[in-house]
Write a new protein. Sequence first.
Length: 455
Amino acid sequence: MLRGSSNLLTLVLCISLSACDLVRPAGDDRVDAQTLEVALFEGGYGIDWHVEAAESWNALQPADGVQAEIWGDPRVREKLKPRFLRGNPPDLMLTHYMPIWLLVTADKLVPFNEALELAGYGGEGTWGSQFVPGTLDTYQSDGLVYGIPSAFGAWSCWYDARQFREHGWEPPTTWQKFETLCEQILASGIAPLAFQGKYPVYAWWTYVTLVQRCGGLEAINRINRLEAGAFRHPDAVRAATLLQQMATRYFEPGALSMSHTEGQLEFVTGKAAMVFCGLWLYNEMKESLPEGFEMRCFNIPAVENGLGNPRLFNGFGTEYFFVPKDGRHHEEAMDLVRFLVSKKQAPGMAERIGVISPLLSGTPRELVAPPLQSSLDMIEGADGIFAERVRELLIEWDFQVMRPGLARLLRGDITPEDFCAALDDGLTAAANDPERIIPPYVPYDPAAFGEGTAQ
């Protein structure tokens, strides 16, 4: 897995770029020796539930034991990078877009394997055996698991069931039916699709799903193996074509200039009939839902003559916890994660902040709102999940190649062929970088998921 001898230097250079952005969070150098410092990304789920759950964990500790203290910030990544440089990171962190594989290669993270062999807090069997298959794969290499997901992600299309009933519309099962539905919505004077246009990455998961719908899991395997030509393949180009046609024909006017909350507000106020998003949508927008709004979701439809099984969905672990090796309380940090991500705590997490647990049968249906019950219907009726790994492996590619390219594709400024060629060239350059860390990949077996012939 390790390439070259200068990965630690690369890590230092990478994180030092943000040193000037340092804002000292609560604790930092002043954290008491008996404090388990936990730093969280404060996004759509907030941190209130985590704080309260950590207090419950604190109550279980011996009188002279460590006590968890949590702080959160939307810019937690910028605050943590210089702390890694100084050698005093928090004991536990949940953050996005850190150079995780550089940290792994530099021996700056502790694997969770021993903790995964322990019994879970609640439920039967070991903690590791309780996870939905595939959710521990993102940060696993050489048999070692470096990140634990605290939530389950699923990408789908959301709609207002009441509005659909009033107009006689039905959730589509094929892409052709989806386009027909969009035309019907347009004819009614409503925009078919809202979009979070200031953040074009929101279209990425739709694109990845369309790649699978067009080319099956083998198309996802080509991308995950970082194969030359993976994005130039006709399946990937066809998916980009469908995505661009959808954006240019059916996005609400002005959507490409809207923030995520602005675009989603257009959806919940009925100005747009649908929006593609993850499971966090309900929690993020629930305070803005008008009376009678019936937020529901459906899986992305099958593509005609595609090789992909449409009963699969783009699913993945999210909100990952990591234990920095330079932290002081490794064992306690892992025990806190085992407590937070548990059958015991999953019901409260679902009820309070609408999180679907990454644990098998971890989310009681009766404790989540109808929008999330709808997502459980999709999840429980699926044949399995799939995900791409390149964004987590290639952060620079993500921000410097993929996101700008998506923005141009959605505006219609470039052709699908040019978009895919740019993705491919960037992927090849990254894969051929001698300092790049490329963990082994275990490919999906298309036949095991009912693929191999046109659906």
